[in-house]
Ligand binder design. Structure first.
Ligand code: NAD
Ligand code: TYD
Length: 401
């Protein structure tokens, strides 16, 4: 641990906190829990509690083991300048770790405006408030201050099967409204460092999975639908590749960058776990067959549905910079992380039941009802798909909801 940035307070909690935005979402809540387990500085968590923000993710903090001085929740918007000014003045955070965002590609396709508002305008307002706060700092407080912006590998666009993975030097080529909004925010952070000298860091991470992920994303959606006996929707031919990282490994990488990252730099984070979507879905089915056997193998619920427009074919991360400079490596493999994830969802049925409310059902209807079932094109079909009758398109997308 960097003593300068994160001094041990031996339980005194006098040290200034870090300000986490979006700490009630999937990665943010894992980060808050991970931080409080590993670091001395308290956390102030600013979250608007949109559909994906859920205070239940942090329910364990309400228990006696976390003194109230260690954790403060603030319900509010990163685009609310007056609130930000008040928060910076009151808490004088030593660092900002900025997760808050609209985060789902399919939602950005159906409604991009919220992505521009939160991801671009919200990041702009947060940067401005941080800059004003930074101007008030002097000495070691000023030297220690950091603004860490959590971003995505999707800013780099898409890779062909033989392309090298994304490095920090790969040109930006965002393809979805989500990726374009995150790329825009990355550029703002870069400019605030270059022009105003704000001590920024950017992390670009690959697809995360793990506990508390909202079931609009592939892995929790498949788990939820599988257990409910519903269809498991695979977009297009299911051969799109993502580079999966267990969420707690993302959290440890962010801590490493916060402590040791060079100012103004970008660090790519990934688990070197490239998998085709269909393989991910089949692996999940196999784990469920083992851990929660049903009358039929879960893979029989797989259905191909109409592809996402502009769907990026492949993401892969070259994580050599963070490994070489900061000595960060993931702990979980895809196999161990996915098993932990499935076990967590099986043990937390109440959490799932509580969030799959009316608004969630409306989203499933919006995203899937217009997706016609489809057959993967024959030239792309893999051999084991050809063998299995379960991969024929069956029924309508209605079974998804
Ligand atoms: P999420 O959708 O689960 O959580 C987003 C959180 O931000 C929610 O708690 C939400 O309430 C909050 N929020 C939204 N708008 C807000 C606003 N205006 N003000 C305050 N809070 C607001 O997202 P996630 O998957 O946890 O992603 C977190 C960050 O990590 C995002 O910036 C995302 O781009 C980035 N990221 C995600 C992944 C991934 O695989 N999920 C991978 C790489 C990077
Ligand atoms: P997702 O979890 O939405 O993350 P991202 O789009 O940020 O990569 O999707 C992961 C992959 O799974 C992506 O290639 C789209 C695909 N996918 C499906 O095939 N079916 C689905 O129902 C969903 C939500 C995603």
């Amino acid at each position: 641990m960097n003593e300068e940035l994160l001094p041990e307070t031996s339980g005194a909690f006098a040290a200034p906190p870090i300000l986490v935005t979006g700490g009630a979402g999937f990665i943010g809540s894992n980060f808050v829990l991970d931080w409080l387990e590993n670091e001395a500085a308290p956390v102030v968590n600013l979250d608007l509690l949109t559909y994906s923000g859920n205070l239940e993710n942090l329910a364990s903090l309400a228990q006696a083991s976390t003194p109230p001085e260690r954790y403060t929740f603030v319900h509010g918007d990163i685009a609310d300048t007056a609130l930000l000014t008040q928060l910076f003045a009151e808490h004088r955070p030593r660092a900002v770790v900025h997760f808050a965002a609209e985060s789902h590609v399919d939602r950005s396709i159906l409604g991009p405006e919220a992505f521009l508002r939160t991801n671009i305008d919200g990041t702009f307002r947060l940067l401005e408030a941080a800059r004003a706060h930074y101007a008030t700092l002097a000495g070691t407080e000023r030297d220690a201050f950091r603004f860490l912006h959590v971003s995505t590998d999707e800013v780099y666009g898409t890779l062909a099967p033989t392309d090298p993975p994304f490095a920090e030097t790969t040109p930006y080529a965002p393809n979805s409204p989500y990726a374009a909004s995150k790329a825009s925010s990355d550029f703002l952070v870069r400019a605030w460092h270059h022009t105003y000298g704000l001590p920024t860091l950017i992390t670009n991470c690959s697809n995360n999975y793990g506990p508390f992920q909202f079931p609009e994303k592939l892995i929790p959606l498949v788990l939820l639908n599988a257990l409910a006996g519903k269809s498991l929707p695979v977009y297009g031919d299911g051969q799109q590749v993502r580079d999966w990282l267990f969420v707690r490994d993302h959290c440890s990488a962010i801590r490493a960058v916060l402590v040791g990252g060079r100012l103004g730099q970008t660090y790519n984070i990934g688990g070197n776990n490239q998998r085709a979507n269909l393989d991910v879905v089949k692996t999940l089915c196999a784990l469920l067959d083992e851990l929660r056997p049903a009358a039929q193998p879960y893979a029989q619920q797989i259905r191909y549905v109409q592809d996402r427009p502009g769907h990026d074919r492949r993401y892969a991360i070259d994580a050599r910079k963070i490994q070489a400079e900061l000595g960060w490596y993931p702990v979980d493999t895809f196999e161990t992380g996915l098993r932990r994830t499935v076990e967590w969802y099986l043990a937390n049925g109440d959490w799932l039941a509580n969030i799959t409310s009316g608004a969630y059902k409306r989203w499933i209807e919006d995203n899937y009802s217009a997706r016609a079932p489809q057959s993967p094109s024959s030239d792309l079909r893999s051999s084991d798909q050809e063998e299995s009758p379960t991969f024929q398109p069956v029924g309508t997308a209605k079974g998804l909801a």
